[in-house]
Design a protein. Structure first.
Length: 358
């Protein structure tokens, strides 16, 4: 059996989506719900000798209230050594579709174990298509015209369903699910998190920037940016019109300090097959690591800062990370798509201890 931590009470507030673009490939800050929004668009141009990537922001507002949680089943360990960032052992490179195994072959292994937050998207029999502002389980949805979002079994890694977001060609659109409030993962506003998701992309359309997962909250209290909303975001920034794993960082503007819109791109393309995409984020140490399938081989690492920021933010500006109060998952493009994009995400796990790929 799988275990999903679920909220049963209504979530208050609305998602504030604020965007503006300049330059040639804008990045996006975190997205929140409720509260009074604020935004600062990037100004394009060059910063610190690097080409600016444009500016567009979705800014975190206040968090919403959520009800109790329930848990069922699952005893498999999610551990492993913390030293490698994503614990446990996982299969080496390659995809689950190799070796004669179908791309959607399900696993009998419980994807949740003892994780503080786990979502298999299998417990919502009444949910198929998902509408803007819809609420179910721990989630509240944001959906923009030009995209559709739902739970279906066209591609799934375990159980009967996965989250599916489709974005049309030529549009700027997307769909996201947000979780916040009283979910156990947010107790104490953690600053060091591990997680993974199973992701399938086909068709694998590109845009200048689209996102698939993020962590939001005010910058951790020991940092000089304490009190400003901050986001660590997993994204695609394309290379030669191929989706490529990337990290994006956003920090709320304050006074004369403009919104920080920074990034770093990996050299690993995002395949049209199932992949386990895993991460470790440490807001205090300002270190981020991303893996695909194999936790011994990071595909992207951030130490203090990335290698690009929208002007006027200096490229070496520290990535002051969030004390996490919200997470989101889905697919959202902040520039027109060059081709259609379909993303399925299944077996999302987030915890304060290392998490393994299956």
């Amino acid at each position: 059996m799988t275990r999903v931590l679920r909220s049963t009470s209504a979530l208050a507030g609305m998602v504030a989506v604020l965007s503006g673009c300049s330059g040639s490939s804008g990045h996006i800050g975190g997205a929140g719900s409720g509260g009074a929004p604020s935004n600062a668009a990037g100004t394009g141009g060059a910063a610190g000798g690097t080409t600016a990537t444009g500016g567009a922001t979705i800014v975190t507002g206040g968090t919403t209230a959520a009800g109790g949680t329930s848990a069922a089943g699952g005893t498999s360990a999610s551990g492993g050594a913390a030293g490698n960032g994503v614990g446990g052992s996982s299969g080496g490179g390659g995809s689950s579709g190799s070796g004669g195994v179908s791309p959607d072959a399900s696993t009998d292994v419980d994807p949740c174990g003892s994780a503080l937050f786990c979502e298999t998207f299998d417990d919502y029999g009444a949910v198929s298509s998902i509408a803007d502002k819809q609420k179910f389980g721990p989630w509240h949805a944001t959906l923009q015209a030009g995209a559709t979002m739902g739970l279906d079994g066209a591609h799934k890694k375990s159980g009967a369903s996965a989250l599916h977001v489709h974005i049309d060609d030529t549009v700027t659109a997307g769909g996201r699910l947000f979780a916040d409030g009283t979910q156990p993962i947010f107790a104490g506003k953690p600053t060091h998190l591990y997680g993974r998701m199973m992701m399938y992309i086909d068709p694998n359309g590109t845009s200048e920037h689209w996102t698939f997962f993020g962590l939001n909250g005010n910058a951790e209290p020991s940092s000089p940016a304490a009190g400003r909303s901050a986001s660590y975001i997993m994204s695609s920034l394309p290379k030669k019109n191929v989706n490529t794993y990337s990290f994006v960082y956003g920090l709320q503007a304050m006074g004369d300090d403009a919104y920080h819109d920074c990034s770093q791109q990996s050299s690993t393309s995002m395949p049209s097959t199932w992949a386990c995409v895993a991460f470790e984020t440490d807001s205090v140490a300002r270190k981020l690591t991303m893996y695909e399938n194999d936790p011994s081989k990071p595909i992207l690492s951030i130490d203090q800062h990335g290698n690009g920021c929208v002007a006027p933010t200096a490229v070496d500006s520290p990535w002051y990370g969030p004390a996490v109060t919200q997470l989101f998952v889905g697919a959202w493009s902040f520039h027109p798509m060059n081709a259609p994009l379909d993303v399925w995400i299944d077996d999302l796990v987030v915890d304060t201890k290392p998490v393994s790929c299956p």
